[in-house]
Ligand binder design. Structure first.
Ligand code: NOJ
Length: 584
């Protein structure tokens, strides 16, 4: 196995709860993934990233773990996970697990023990702080700092047992682990090694750049967060109108690189090159990413940037929706391509279980343009330098769900947001509009396998409603159709495997100021690929591109949404990939 094998690989994210249900309880499970493995084989992907299947009270759908070394009965058994690993390996695919170690569930035995007494040997495994002096413990305002949680409300919860507060950057059922404590780190390393020994091929590390908080030296007087501000590093999640901005104190903290290097040394360094590590790093800049992913530093293989998914967030954070503009997207992606050209590596994604559907956000999900826009977006993403991640259903062009009222939402982030904002007096319709556009449940509706009543997802009642458009958009309708969004993805994935220019070529943005077209070249040795995509619902003229005449005569590698327009006029959402060899 080559050291950088993941440069020519494509990762597919499975969100098990919504992928396929084998036992009719309405929740997807490992049995369902096993039954549908052929779908992934047909797509040709290399790696499956499995969102959490560990034991969990499911407050945040498994991102709140109460046992890191077992499978939740809702999803199946450890034996089924072993079978999945074995069958994936036999089919030439790897399995990457989600690693959620910024926090545990409050039902994890470590936390249960930690909260039991101030003398507990595990007390220091979490972030405990006394109430703010001069305030009634447990009353509003008595929190140790004014930090807000990512899921609305304060980031501290009062615990009557000992009269202290504990920190949770997410829900109160997700207390933050204290990585300053060496026992915590050793225990996490041991658990990771246990999974690698079992055969998993790496980890997607949940909010890994939050594990080092502001130093303990600052304690107990932890700093306040700015009210009404927004972290200039763009993490963009937290509404700071009521609680302070937590991010400057917890994102990319002082010991982060040390912790990652230690993890690499302890867990990965002595193992072969076949593993993959990808860090979820909200608020990380290109400069941070260079440090995380420089192979000489021994930290991570790649990270997820949030910059492009924050482009439609205004100064008020994630729910302050502003229109997204293609020019901003090109500038952002362009900066990341350039910044990681010589050192480190990019991850490429449009969507995941935390983002709305790509085609509804960056494309045009109207019946007229949905398919062409899904293909054009995929073309642009997969032809960039970096490892593409396909979120389940995006290979079919699945869209956002037509939510009517707040009762249609399940996700705690959306439900809490609605409650917090409307109780402050925000207009419920406006709050709902933002949730409809950006809510995470858009990505979590069941996978659309076929046109049958529950889309082939379950024989029972699905935990979250199936999108009514499954009668049109589904795998069964696409797998054998050469023109489908699915088969377009299959071709893009095969192209990355077959053509080293896609994996290794230099990236150059072309027509950077064009506000409809996304154009770039990839070059390796004497071979150049030109990607021209019209990311708009109107025709676009690309005749200004350098060497336009020669490119018009070049070999077509892939195309989609082809219109009858002549020459360099591209139809709405048309995309072309062309190749020229020999010195240009
Ligand atoms: C990021 C995960 O992707 C998201 O789903 C989760 O809610 C938070 N981290 C907390 O674990």
């Amino acid at each position: 196995m080559q050291r950088d094998w993941w440069k020519s690989a494509v990762v597919y994210q499975v969100y098990p709860r919504s992928f396929a249900d084998s036992d009719g309880d309405g929740v997807g499970d490992l049995g369902g993934i096993l039954e549908r493995l052929d779908h992934l084989v047909a797509l040709g992907i290399d790696v499956v990233w499995l969102s959490p299947v560990y034991r969990s009270p499911m407050d945040d759908n498994g991102y709140d773990i109460s046992d890191y070394q077992d499978v939740d009965p809702l999803f199946g058994t450890l034996a089924q996970l072993d079978e999945l690993i074995a069958r994936a390996h036999a089919a030439g695919m790897k399995i990457v697990m989600d690693l959620v170690v910024n926090h545990t569930s409050d039902e994890h035995p470590w936390f249960v023990e930690s909260r039991s007494s101030t003398d507990s040997p595990k007390r220091d495994w979490y972030w405990w702080r006394p109430p703010r002096p001069g305030h009634e413990p447990g009353a509003k305002g008595a929190e140790p700092t004014n930090w807000g949680s990512a899921f609305s409300g304060p980031a501290w919860t009062y615990d009557e047992t000992t009269g202290d507060y504990y920190l949770h950057l997410f829900s109160p059922k997700q207390p933050d682990l204290n990585w300053e404590n060496p026992e915590v780190r050793a225990e996490v390393h041991r658990m990771m090694s246990w999974w690698l020994d079992r055969g998993v091929d790496g980890f997607r590390m949940d909010v890994i750049n939050l594990i080092s908080k502001v130093t303990v030296e600052a304690a107990p007087g932890l700093p306040e967060g700015a009210i009404g501000g927004r972290d200039p590093r763009g993490a963009g999640v937290i509404d700071t109108s009521e609680y302070g901005d937590t991010h400057p104190h917890v994102v990319n903290g002082p010991r982060l690189h040390e912790f990652l290097q230690e993890m690499h040394r302890e867990v990965f360094a002595h193992r072969g090159p076949g593993l993959l590590t990808v860090g979820e790093t909200p608020g990380a800049s290109v400069e941070d990413a260079r440090l995380f992913t420089d192979p000489d530093r021994g930290e991570l293989d790649m990270v997820f940037t949030f910059e492009h998914v924050d482009l439609d967030s205004g100064p008020g954070g994630k729910w302050d929706v502003v229109p997204y503009r293609l020019l901003d997207l090109k500038r952002t992606f362009g900066r990341w391509q350039e910044g990681l050209a010589d050192v480190g590596w990019n991850s490429l994604y449009w969507g995941n279980h935390d983002q709305p559907r790509a085609v509804s956000r960056y494309g045009d999900d109207s019946p007229e343009h949905r398919e062409a826009s899904a293909k054009a977006l995929a073309t642009v993403l997969h032809l960039h330098r970096g490892t593409p991640y396909v979120y389940q259903g995006d290979e079919l062009g699945m869209t956002n769900y037509p939510f009517r009222t707040i009762d249609d939402f399940e996700d705690l982030e959306s439900v809490n947001r609605f409650r917090a904002a409307t109780s402050r007096g925000d207009d419920p319709d406006e709050v709902l509009d933002a949730l409809r556009y950006k809510g995470r449940d858009n990505a979590r509706t069941p996978m659309q396998w076929d046109a049958s009543p529950q889309a082939g997802f379950t024989t029972g009642t699905p935990w979250l409603a199936v999108n009514p458009n499954h009668t049109e958009i589904n795998a069964a309708a696409q797998v054998d159709d050469p023109e489908s969004v699915f088969n377009h993805h299959r071709r893009l994935i095969a192209l990355r495997h077959d053509d080293p220019v896609v994996a290794h070529g230099r990236f150059t943005m072309v027509l950077p100021d064009h506000d409809q077209l996304y154009v770039f070249t990839r070059t390796l040795d004497d071979s150049t690929l030109l990607v021209v995509a019209n990311l708009s619902s109107l025709p676009a003229d690309a005749s200004e591109l350098p060497d336009a005449a020669a490119w018009l005569a070049a070999e077509t590698v892939l195309e989609s949404g082809r219109s009858d327009s002549p020459g360099w006029v591209l139809g709405p959402w048309e995309a072309r990939v062309l190749r020229r060899t020999g010195g240009l």
